[in-house]
Ligand binder design. Structure first.
Ligand code: CA
Length: 245
């Protein structure tokens, strides 16, 4: 991570020169420092060297594709990753989320929208660091023992595996807890039932995606003021669920 007063650094991984130029120009104008890598192998080297605060990562890249880059980086650092793809296929979004991307944009995209997403990702990192600091953890690297997520009066304490709503401790079954954590970690992102199944129940589980619906219903009954009109766990028709906070 950068020094406290330094500009946030964005790593742009893209092999299309015109797009690199536009991105670099727009990001610098917003006050970011910018690193550029034009293939997947260079992306890994540059990320390790420059320790960016956000990575904008194209999927189709020479030498190593964006999915592979994302998969490798995820094991080494917790930097937020925004993936860019030329395709509109929903499957790509799911693959992107599977390999650990935090957000997704389909080309062609508006520069204003992209800047808003980058800003949102940086805000999320800052919040996480503040939450960790508040919990007494070091600001570097995740400290699972004391990591907690706060959404208004809802607090998810990962170390103690405890969920509180205001003063009240909410009793969740293990899978309810894991599903909630999975949703919360991907706040604002639409998650498919299949991805939730794979992440929370594992590949071998063959209970079907109804399982996810049932657990979401239980979570809503425990966490929502009006379970039939949820404000935290939203249904996205035909796709899955999105945690709004
Ligand atoms: Ca490309």
């Amino acid at each position: 991570m950068q020094e406290e007063n330094a500009n946030p650094r964005v790593l742009v991984v893209e092999d299309e020169p015109a797009l690199v130029e536009t991105l670099e120009y727009s990001l610098r104008r917003q006050g970011y420092d910018v690193s550029v890598a034009t293939d997947g192998v260079a992306a890994l080297e540059t990320a390790r060297r420059d320790k960016p605060d956000v990575i904008i990562l194209d999927v189709m890249l020479p030498r190593l594709d964006g999915y592979e880059v994302c998969r490798v980086l995820r094991q080494e650092m917790s930097v937020p990753i925004l993936m860019l793809t030329a395709r509109t296929d929903e499957v790509d979004k799911v693959v992107g989320l599977e390999v650990g991307a935090d957000d997704y944009m389909t080309k062609p995209f508006g520069m204003r929208e992209l800047m808003a997403r980058v800003k949102a990702l940086l805000r999320r990192v800052r919040l996480t660091r503040e939450e960790l600091a508040a919990a007494g953890a070091t600001a570097h690297g995740p400290d699972v023992q004391s990591e907690r997520m706060t959404f208004g009066d809802l607090v998810i304490d990962l170390g103690r595996r405890e969920v509180r709503l205001g003063e009240e401790v909410i009793h969740l079954k293990p899978k309810e807890f894991e599903l909630l954590v999975f949703l919360a970690r991907n706040r604002g992102i639409v998650l498919t039932r299949d991805l939730a199944l794979e992440r929370v129940w594992g590949w071998e589980y063959d209970g079907g995606s109804r399982t996810v619906d049932v657990h979401v219903r239980w979570l809503r009954e425990k966490l929502e003021k009006e379970p039939s009109n949820p404000a935290r766990i939203m249904t996205v028709r035909g796709v899955g669920y999105r945690f709004d906070g």
